[in-house]
Design a protein around this ligand. Structure first.
Ligand code: FES
Length: 645
């Protein structure tokens, strides 16, 4: 062809186009991912590109200085108003004049990569449910009697290739004045999955639209507000789950609903109120109004799932633990009483089984064990541990009732992770003296300046990761035997071990006002929690037919803070090389964010969940057996060879 050659980077897509073709047109014809909200009218500036000049031996072209048309008045106007970065051009205005190499910067790509993970098979690209479209609508005409909505829908179809769209009454009520105010030029927010026009603005709307990813936990509710056009998290916030007053753990909430008529409804109202409080908080932090939030994704365990939806969780309290539905749900925010955009949609990830919820599905979406070459164990540590084991061949899942001990509950000096809480511990094996660090300070207790460092907070207690290190260090220092008994001062050689009722306790911090000790009951609680976690993992390994795993991923807000070495000393997780134990942070929250920002990921996880084999720990005799053995520290029968190296 004699027409100029146009090459796009980084995609490498290329083709010949007649002189005078706008770059945006060429990009569209080649399927290059170049954004546009205004449809090439020089208003939105989403289509920015960077032309490259000179020799490109790799591509076999030389790009002359005049390979693109000069700045036109539209670009000039845009530059005067807002400034176009050096070297940038508006793709809808610049026209092809000769062979050219054009780079599409990441900010101009619709499907940019938004969630990057360290240990992951792939990046997540942006593909949101709701997008903005600018259109010019035909004016009404006496000779062609059609409604304003019909002409708007037609404009969206012909200009943007959108399917037949619908509108709610709320939108219809605003439609006519807005069309006229904008002189028939409007910006629409369209929910593509729902095929609904969510909102319209006169002229070109400069603002953003938002989505919420919500991790609805039994203890805390955390929300992340994302800009749907960039994928960025613009605000995050969390609150305590107000259902706590009905019961600390899930089963006590289920029994509350069984004992009290109307109890389930009370808890539903409480969690929805809490949610709205959280949304208000997040919107304020981001400086937006709540009605700009058009889409929301929720992940939660099965009991929270039912209580949030207003379904009595009765059946989840007894075998065979049947869910009302395990499928993903697409609902309207309004029917759940959520104060978001009036037409906002809510997506709930599918549940895996009666005890393994949408939170575990979110972890599966984020950590993708089914895409892993090696055998990976993913443990989401919370009041209930969600455990996944798998590789490309298959994925197994179960949940295990660890209880709230890892969150510092039911531990005599236990507390939630907050400034003043002990989070890191070392015990000298010779002197049996402890040293520790508290949250909010990076000075160890035996270092100069510790008193100053904690002047504001004091030492208030021990948080979950702190108690794990504490117990493991006590075992390593010989203060504690395998079955979990703290020795006397004679046996251990330290007066820090003292008789406390019928068993011994270990004095960590002998502040007379607020002494911090570890009692033998505390040790028992941790033994139960870690034994539940380990036996769940071990049961999955039995079912998989393996004795070891290649790597372990610790997930959950709390999981991120656990030291792999101490978890292993405790026998909380199966033996694996220490450098193969990594932390994934809040994987359920990440999974929610992925599902919010990429609607294709929703289809993917719906498919994946169907292929996960669920194991019910409660009915497995092997679980009890593993549990008994795992009560020992690290374990009565399992070898932990890694600890001897
Ligand atoms: Fe909107 Fe070019 S497409 S400015």
């Amino acid at each position: 062809s004699n027409d100029p050659l146009v090459i796009f980077t980084p995609s490498g897509k290329r083709g010949h186009f007649p002189v005078g073709t706008p770059v945006l047109t060429a990009a569209r014809q080649l399927g290059v991912d170049l954004d546009s909200v205004c449809g090439g009218r020089g208003i939105c500036s989403k289509c920015q590109i960077t032309p490259s000049y000179g020799e490109f031996p790799k591509h076999g072209v030389t790009v002359a200085k005049d390979a693109l048309s000069d700045w036109n008045s539209v670009e000039q106007r845009y530059d005067d108003k807002r400034g176009l970065k050096t070297g940038r051009r508006l793709g809808c205005q610049a026209q092809v004049q000769g062979d050219i190499v054009i780079d599409v910067p990441e900010t101009s790509q619709v499907h940019k990569q938004v969630v990057r993970k360290r240990v992951e098979a792939r990046d997540i690209t942006l593909n949101p449910s709701t997008k903005l479209f600018y259109v010019e609508v035909e004016q009404p005409d006496m000779h062609e009697p059609s409604g304003d909505l019909e002409r708007l829908v037609r404009a969206l179809r012909t200009e943007w290739d959108l399917p037949e769209l619908f509108a709610d009454l709320d939108l219809l009520k605003t439609l006519q004045p807005i069309l006229r105010k904008g002189e028939w030029k409007v910006t629409c927010a369209v929910h593509l999955e729902d095929r609904r026009i969510m909102q319209i603005w006169p002229g070109f709307y400069e603002g953003s639209i938002f989505g919420l990813a919500v991790d609805l936990g039994s203890t805390t509710i955390a929300g992340h507000l994302c800009d749907l056009a960039t994928g960025e998290v613009v605000a995050s916030s969390g609150i305590m789950n107000p259902q706590i007053r009905f019961g600390e753990d899930l089963m006590s909430r289920v029994s509350y609903s069984m004992m009290n008529p109307g109890g389930a409804d009370e808890m539903t109202a409480a969690v929805r109120d809490g949610m709205n409080e959280l949304f208000a908080q997040i919107a304020e932090e981001a400086g937006i109004t709540q009605d700009l939030i058009m889409d929301a994704v929720f992940v939660c365990n099965p009991v929270m799932h039912h209580l949030f939806l207003g379904i009595d969780p009765f059946e989840l309290g007894q075998a065979p633990f049947a869910l009302a539905t395990s499928e993903a749900l697409n609902l309207r925010a309004a029917e759940l009483g959520l104060a978001l955009h009036p037409a906002a949609r809510v997506y709930l990830l599918p549940c895996i089984a009666g005890h393994v919820g949408a939170d575990a599905a979110a972890v599966a979406l984020s950590e993708a064990p089914g895409k892993s070459e090696d055998l990976v164990l993913v443990v989401d540590v919370g009041t209930n541990a969600e455990i996944l084991l798998g590789n490309r061949e298959k994925v197994l899942a179960c949940s295990s009732p660890t209880g709230p001990a890892f969150e510092g509950a039911q531990i005599s000096s236990g507390q939630r992770a907050a400034p003043g809480a002990i989070e890191r511990v070392e015990i000298d094996p010779m002197t049996k003296e402890p040293r520790f660090r508290v949250i909010g300070s990076d000075i160890w207790s035996d270092e100069d300046g510790f008193a100053d460092a904690i002047a504001d907070t004091g030492v208030t207690g021990i948080c979950g990761s702190g108690i794990i290190e504490m117990v493991a260090e006590m075992r390593l220092a010989g203060l504690l035997d395998g079955p979990g008994l703290i020795g006397s001062s004679e046996q251990t050689g330290t007066t820090r071990c003292f008789l406390d009722g019928r068993t011994y306790s270990y004095m960590v911090w002998d502040d007379p006002e607020r002494p911090i000790t570890v009692t033998n009951r505390d040790i028992r609680e941790i033994q139960m929690a870690k034994a539940a976690l380990y036996s769940g993992a071990r049961l999955l390994m039995d079912k998989f037919g393996v004795d070891s795993v290649d790597r372990v991923v610790l997930a959950g807000a709390f999981g991120a803070h656990i030291s792999p070495k101490h978890a292993m000393v405790l026998g909380m997780i199966p033996d694996a090389p220490l450098d193969m134990v990594t932390s994934a942070g809040n994987a359920a929250g990440t999974g929610a964010r992925i599902a919010l920002l990429n609607t294709k990921a929703r289809r993917e996880i719906e498919q994946t969940v169907h292929n996960i084999h669920k194991i019910e720990t409660a009915i497995e005799p092997r679980f009890q057996e593993h549990f008994v053995n795992a009560s020992n520290i690290p374990n009565a029968v399992e070898p932990f060879p890694i600890l001897n190296t």
